[in-house]
Structures are given as C-alpha cells and as structure tokens.
Design a binder for this molecule. Sequence first.
Ligand code: AMP
Length: 371
Amino acid sequence: MLFQDLNLNPAIIKAIEDQKYKKPTPIQEKAIPSVLSGKDLLGCAQTGTGKTAAFAIPILQKLSKDSSNNKIRALILAPTRELATQISESFKTYGQHLDVQTGVVFGGVTPKRHIKVLKREPSILVATPGRLLDLVEKGYADLSSVEFFVLDEADSMLDLGMKEDVKNIISKLPKVRQNMLFSATMPKEVSKLVNSILINPVKIEVESKSLNENGIRQQVYFVEEPDKTSLLLQLLKDKTFESVLVFARTKKKADKISKAINIANIRSKAIHGDKNQSERQKALELFKNKEARVLVATDVAARGIDIDKLSHVVNMDIPNVPEVYIHRIGRTGRAGMGGTAISFCSNQETTFLKDIEKLQGKSIEVVKSHP
Ligand code: AMP
C-alpha cells in the first residue's frame, strides 16, 4: 500500500513526500483508514513504529475539510514535554501545506508562553495533562469543541501518576467525539481506561517482536556492576558508535556515567528529571546535531525522544520489567533503520534477562569476547 492509496488531501501527500517516506508503516496502514472512517482506535504500539503519523495524518485530513472553526478541535495528551513537543512538530510537519494551527503546552515553563499559544487559537493542541488542566481551570483553554481526543503513551502516563488529571480532562470534553489511545503495554489500569474511553475501537497491535524484524540487533555483555562504565568507555572507542543513547537506572548514575565519558574526551550529556527544561532541550539539541556523541538518560527522561539514525542504545542495567527494555531498544532502528541495542548484564540481573527473552520469544546474542 502507498500513501497515495489512502485518499488523502494532496497537501498532506506533499508533506509526506517531503519527508521521503516511501510507504505507510504497518500501524499507519491500518490506523489511517480506520480513523478516517470515524472509528475509535486502540493502538498497542510504541515509539518507532510510526504511530504519531498514524493518528496525526487522519486528524489533519479531517480538520482540513473544514478549517473555519477556531476552537480546539483535536486534543492530544502526552506524558512528557519532550513527547508533547515532538508530537506537535509532527503535526506541523504533516500539516505544513494546510491552513491548520498546532499549539503545544507543557509544565516546567512559565504559563505566560502558553497563554500566548492559546491566544493564537490552534485547532490542534498537544499537552501534558497537569499544565492543560491548569490552563482550563484558569479559563485560558476551552475544551468544549474537541472532536478528536488522543491519549498517547497511556501506560507511562499512569506510571507517572497522571490518572486523576487525565480523568479530569476527559470529564471536560464533549461526550460525542472520536478517541484514540496508544500504549506500548496493556496493564490492568490501562485496560480500565481503554474501556472507559473507547467505544467499539479498532484494535491494532504492533508486536514487540516486530522490532527485531525492524533490523535492531540485540546483544548482551555479561559484566559485573563495577566494570560496566569501563566496558562502555571501551565500546565507545569504536567510531561506529556514532550516536549512542545510554540508559541509566538513576539520575545519580546518569550524571556519573556522563561525567566519566566526558573525562575520556568523548562529548556526552545527561538528561533526567532533575534537569530543567532548557537544560534538557539543550542536551537533546547537542545530541541531535551530533555535537555530543552520547546522551545518558533515565527512562522517564528518555520517553518520547525521537532521534533519527540512532546507531546504538546501551542499557547499563537490565530493566526488571521486560516492557521497559522493549521501550528502550525501540529508540534505535527507528522506522526500519538498522541499529544495535546492547545490554550490560550482571550476575544479579540474569533473571531479568530471561524474562525479556521470554517476552520476545527468542534469545539475545551474547558477546563473549570483551575486556
Ligand atoms: P513514531 O513511532 O511516531 O515515534 O515515529 C518514529 C519515526 O519514524 C519518526 O522519526 C518518523 O519521522 C518516522 N516515520 C513515520 N512514518 C514513517 C514512514 N511511513 N516511513 C518512514 N519513516 C517514518
């Protein structure tokens, strides 16, 4: 299937062509026609599958048919400011040849900026729940005209304790609307949310297994805790480690690892919850521009990071929740581009490794010859 087969507005097709996408990804192939036909959607998919375009393109298509209304008509909730920013950028990219405005609001910056954004009357608003609620309660944002509601990364939203805010926002939306919910994992709490929001949804599952088919090479190095940083520095000597995202379990560890890499004369930045918005943006920019080769991040800070051509993901530890591992490695090999995901596994972590292999239904290649 080609994008041209989806009956899209030529202005959207042009924007897609500008992006040089050859054809829709599997989730897009299924989601775009479903959303266009007015159905609710449940997407079990993570970043890297093309899920943002899977909802952004049909929403833009529908909004483009009638752009007379200057109220918020599409609301997209995302758990982090990074993800919210990226989603709004996607809407702007795919909608660049249309007369549709997109705005984004998130916590951590002064509300003044967002009041300005809302004054421009965007028909698409991407937001993190807390800040949006604040703006609604103060009368700056009106959700009474929302026709399309998207909840992205619902699982991490609940993990981050945003359930009440999300419920509160939903209670302010019109009863009749089209809903889309995306989640990489489906724990009970998310299923409950699904049942309360979606009506007869079309379910699309992009299996975690398909990641491997996306061309991600997965490797594991057995190494004890105190030697992990030295092993990382050793690996970084290899110039094919062009753009490396390193996951650390804690903020303190992330800082420590980043410092060690910088001391070894390799430019590295750390991002985590203790860094303020401008520090995070700056680190991300340096990494995207290839001025920093390595970005060390905690899981929460890394949510929604979307960087093309990430060559490697390195897990300094094995996550005890297999789905977290799947999330992490999805940062490389984006939309079919090759990449390598490396995990460091200590003696204590072998059971976590087994859980991951079980979830994926295959074992991970062990690299034996290393220092
Ligand atoms: P997402 O899963 O939405 O985070 O998207 C992951 C990446 O895939 C982004 O960098 C998109 O620009 C890219 N992408 C989205 N759709 C396609 C497509 N049909 N072909 C190639 N790349 C795509």
